[in-house]
Write a protein that binds this ligand. Structure first.
Ligand code: 0PR
Length: 352
């Protein structure tokens, strides 16, 4: 079988993966065969993981973070639901999330035997606190807010959702898998400092420019991470809170290396470039008469006829639709202005 030498991002516009930072690529290669799941045998990658968690704490406003480098946003969301379920007294647990939540919450609900209640979002596509509150009851163990939604890049009103969660005796989880590395440069209230957030997912392998797989799962309190721990009788360490056992040393090392290289100025510069690109491509579609969902973060959704999307896909552009069928462009670090100009030239050619 012929395998391409490496992934080309030249025409990838809807993915949330990106070209890793050179330091992240190098670190991934050096730790390919190490397993942070066994910290006594692989102490150097384990030390890098401690530093990575501490950097994730800096990024999310948490001075004494507990957590680990997960395989991605899905694992973080499953672990948040699992911790909340394990800590609660009810035998009929439910989780309340906005309907904009990533589909990984359905997996979490399924594997954990928890009911997932989805609330309609407001007209601005953010979670509607009143609609969420209506679904909360005594069996609610977790309320979820999204800081950078997958489809529209919207940021939910996290402080209001924290109040709803805590009034009900539930935990609040923030899914910042995609948004976590751009939100520090905005005025949004989304992190541990802004609200009584209990757990958070934030993925270095998305806007953080680490290699895949590198997610982040953080808890404010140690007891919440401890609620996930199982005993590990035949390892030298005595317990493990992660969902997976053997884990990617490459992911852990590259997460540390990317954050070490880019936090904070590198990420700020990237955010500014990405946001400017999102606004540029939004204007390009707007001036051609399309309906554009305003990019509050570097993610644009545009109402484009299906034939046009298919014609662009035929020209090699990787663009995937939202649930409502809009064309979605995620301005990841590999998406340059030159690439968007080429895309607009193709757009003009296919609609002519
Ligand atoms: N939470 C949010 C807000 C997300 O956007 C995603 C992934 C997840 C959680 C789950 O993260 P993992 O996929 O790391 O477990 N959102 C993207 C999506 O579903 C994932 C993606 C990435 C899809 C790259 C395609 C792709 O090429 O669209």
């Amino acid at each position: 079988m012929q395998v391409a030498a490496s992934q080309s991002f030249r025409r990838v516009l809807s993915s949330m993966c990106t070209e890793p930072h050179p330091a992240a690529r190098d670190a991934a290669e050096r730790f390919l065969a190490s397993n942070p799941g066994d910290p006594t045998t692989y102490p150097s990658v384990s030390a890098l993981e401690d530093e990575a968690v501490s950097l994730l704490g800096d990024i999310t406003g948490l001075s004494n973070p507990h957590g680990y480098v997960a395989s991605g946003g899905t694992e973080a969301n499953i672990q948040a639901v699992r911790a909340a379920r394990n800590l609660a007294a009810t035998d009929d647990p439910n989780v309340v999330a906005p309907e904009s939540a990533h589909f990984s919450f359905q997996k979490a609900a399924d594997v954990l035997g928890v009911e997932l209640r989805l609330a309609a979002v407001a007209d601005d596509r953010r979670a509607d606190p009143d609609a969420m509150a209506e679904l909360v009851d005594d069996d609610t163990v977790l309320v979820v807010g999204i800081a950078g939604t997958t489809e529209y890049g919207r940021v939910d009103p996290i402080p209001a959702l924290a109040d709803i969660a805590h009034d009900a005796g539930a935990l609040l989880h923030v899914d910042a898998a995609w948004g976590g590395f751009v939100l520090p440069f905005t005025d949004y209230e989304w992190n541990f400092e802004h609200a009584a957030v209990d757990t958070m997912g934030i993925d270095p392998h998305k806007m953080g420019q680490a290699a895949v797989p590198a997610g982040g799962f953080l808890t404010r309190e140690k007891r919440v991470l401890d609620a996930l721990a199982v005993e590990t009788p035949y390892l030298e360490s005595t317990s493990q809170a992660t969902l997976t056992g053997t884990r990617s040393g490459a992911g852990v090392a590259s997460a540390w290396a990317a954050m070490d290289a880019l936090w904070r100025d590198g990420y700020r510069e990237q955010f500014e470039r990405s946001q400017a690109n999102a606004e540029w491509i939004a204007d390009a579609f707007d001036s051609r008469g399309y309906d554009v969902v305003d990019p509050v973060l570097p993610l644009v959704a545009i109402d484009v006829p299906r034939e046009t999307v298919e014609a662009l896909q035929e020209r090699g552009w990787r663009v995937s639709p939202t649930g409502s069928g809009e064309l979605r462009i995620v301005c990841m670090p590999h998406v340059t202005r030159a690439m968007l100009e080429e895309f607009v030239a193709d757009l003009d050619a296919v609609r002519a």
